[in-house]
Design a protein around this ligand. Structure first.
Ligand code: NAD
Length: 349
């Protein structure tokens, strides 16, 4: 038997909690990576995992990613993440969400939850009936912080992408810049619209082909195949769908000088950061460029500031990225490694 501490993705996590609710059958894992900067904050993923090992790996990796993301966003929060092991049909009931809320509550504030893949604001409302350690609840006033994090994440990605174009291509505007976008859902779709408004040339791909076609018609983008999008000759590749898409094979085929998008954990392995760097491709570390959503969720939870304050903090994402790229260039280290080093230092590691 392999112990938790010996797993490849175990990174000095402070706690990994396994829960089971007898009544609903709900199984969940809550991983706390670090509380050095504050309570471990990160969303809940509701997903059908082929096996339990994958769920544990996801919880370990995602919670570590949240420590890094929160630290680099300058938030007084640590890193945590929950995964709920859904059945094949992803059956979800209010009772299950209530059971999960009690699990979160039992950790007495060491972990603060919010939405992630498969969890929506209605689920958050159910969870919030059982615990106060929750964020990402619906807001009634649009000037408040909080609500759907997608628009804030998209704004951060848009600003970060423009900063990458300025840094790498020396262009102040994205007019005429060709961006290939993988995934045009909540974040990617918004990024596409913002870029289209600025006159960028867009190639888009989404497994929901109908949705991609409708969006393309609206904003004047070209729809390309799922296998094609990472090989399109363009100025920027923007991954906004899945993680682990940048590996030895895909990096070798990239036909762009810049990679900048929202997808979490884009690098399949840490070595892929070096591979991108060796190809002289400018990489925007995902947990830095996609931190707009957590900034909004965090300010909502902390009760600090409003949507305006969130926007002001999101506007600082380009500065952070530029500092990483400058250090990467001067020390001849991959941007991913520079960002990890900065985050580790903030975590006191
Ligand atoms: P979403 O589910 O709204 O959109 C994802 C889109 O990608 C969907 O339209 C889906 O059809 C498409 N897709 C899935 N697999 C694909 C594939 N193989 N090729 C092309 N398209 C594919 O999710 P989202 O909220 O827009 O998040 C996108 C990414 O950004 C995710 O990796 C997420 O973890 C990350 N992220 C999101 C936020 C946020 O605030 N929503 C914050 C940080 C990071």
């Amino acid at each position: 038997m392999v112990a938790m501490w010996d797993l490849q993705d175990f990174d000095g996590h402070e706690g990994v909690h396994f829960f089971h609710d007898a009544e609903t059958g709900l199984r969940a894992i809550i991983a706390i990576h670090s509380t050095h900067l504050g309570p471990g904050a990160g969303g809940t993923r509701f997903w059908h995992y082929e096996n339990r090992e994958t769920a544990v790996t996801d919880a370990l990796r995602l919670s570590r990613g949240m420590s890094f993301k929160n630290a680099m966003a300058g938030l007084p929060l640590g890193g945590g993440k929950a995964v709920i092991l859904a059945d094949r049909n992803r059956t979800k009931t209010p009772e299950m969400m209530a059971a999960f809320g009690r699990m979160v509550d039992s950790l007495c504030g060491v972990y603060i939850t919010a939405e992630d893949v498969g969890i929506n604001t209605a689920d958050m409302v159910e969870i919030s009936k059982q615990t106060k350690y929750v964020s990402g609840l619906p807001i009634s006033d649009q000037s408040d912080a909080g609500g759907d994090p997608g628009p804030f994440t998209a704004m951060g990605v848009y600003l970060g992408l423009k900063a990458a174009v300025k840094y790498k291509l020396g262009r102040d505007s994205v007019e005429g810049v060709h961006v290939a976008i993988q995934g045009v859902g909540s974040v990617g779709g918004r990024v596409a619209r913002l870029l289209a408004k600025d006159g960028a040339q867009l190639s888009i791909a989404d497994i929901d082909r109908d949705h991609a076609n409708v969006l393309a018609g609206e904003i004047g983008a070209t729809v390309v195949g799922l296998d094609e999008i990472m090989r399109v000759e363009a100025d920027v590749f923007s991954p906004n769908a899945l993680g682990a898409i940048l590996d030895e094979v895909s990096i070798a085929h990239l036909n762009v000088p810049i990679v900048a998008g929202a997808a979490n954990n884009q690098l399949a392995t840490p070595e892929d950061g070096q591979r991108i760097f060796d190809r002289d491709i400018l990489f925007a570390p995902d947990y830095v460029i996609n931190s707009g959503g957590i900034i909004s969720v965090a300010l909502e939870y902390l009760g600090e500031g409003n949507a305006e304050e969130v926007n002001q903090r999101v506007a600082k994402i380009p500065e952070r990225l530029t500092a990483i790229w400058e250090e990467s260039a001067s020390r001849k280290l991959p941007a991913s490694e520079v960002a990890d080093n900065m985050a580790e230092a903030l975590l006191g590691r």
